[in-house]
Design a protein around this ligand. Structure first.
Ligand SMILES: [Fe+2]
Length: 232
């Protein structure tokens, strides 16, 4: 499989796919220009800076301020990803067309009908606490769409990422055995990792697939989709 990696600190601000006045009167030229040239650019710069600081931290084995840089990775990384999507999923009035066949099929299959989906999306987006996003996401684990709110951009994640290796550090996972010594638990847990399964999950994630071991088989609702439902 060919795979293109963005090296640390090499993210670039994507150009707008239309002139800054193309969305008027819905979004003014001034708003679009500041939003893209200032705000989006600051996320790209912040993400690059965080990644380069972490390159240095790994070289020095110095993770003293890891929480700060992980937060910067999440905040700026998600900001960069979501804005890059935002510019391309809107278009000058009259040029956006109608919902496609596959989009409609998945919306109807999960949300019931288009109006129910639209009402939930608009209300969920309106009700985001403070700053954030309304997001229609493809959830490859369930094989369907979902509407989610994001406060700010993140919650310490980068949208579009797919989990490959996870460690539960809720106290219920270790407290009876390790009490407050979380690091002892993580060090011991490290020896339990099933690297063959990690390898399998990475290969599947690189194809946009996120299988779980579930009891239900998943309903095949649209035959021409490029991503086959996983045999759970
Ligand atoms: Fe924004």
């Amino acid at each position: 499989m060919e795979y293109r990696m963005v090296p640390p600190g090499q993210h670039k601000l994507p150009p707008l796919p239309y002139p800054t006045n193309a969305l008027e009167p819905v979004i003014s030229s001034r708003t679009l220009q500041i939003h893209h040239d200032k705000h989006h650019k600051s996320y790209v710069d912040g993400l690059n800076k965080a990644e380069l600081h972490l390159v240095e931290a790994r070289k020095r084995n110095d993770f003293e301020v890891i929480k700060y840089w992980e937060n910067e990775l999440a905040f700026n990384g998600s900001g960069h990803i979501l804005h890059s999507i935002y510019w391309t999923i809107i278009a000058p009035q009259g040029q956006g067309g109608q919902p496609g066949q596959q989009t409609l099929a998945h919306i109807n299959a999960y949300f019931g009908n288009f109006n129910a989906f639209k009402e939930q999306f608009i209300t969920a987006t309106e009700k985001v606490e403070a700053s954030g996003w309304g997001i229609l996401t493809w959830q490859p684990t369930w094989g369907r769409l979902e509407i989610l709110q994001a406060e700010k951009h993140q919650n310490l994640t980068q949208w579009s990422g797919i989990p490959v290796l996870v460690c539960d550090v809720w106290e219920h996972a270790y407290y009876l055995d390790y009490q407050n010594k979380r690091r002892d638990y993580i060090n011991a847990w490290w020896n339990l990792i099933n690297w063959q399964e990690v390898e399998r999950r990475l290969s599947l994630a690189m194809s946009g697939k996120v299988p779980l071991t579930l009891g239900n088989a998943g309903r095949f609702i649209y035959s021409s989709q490029p991503y086959p439902f996983m045999p759970f």
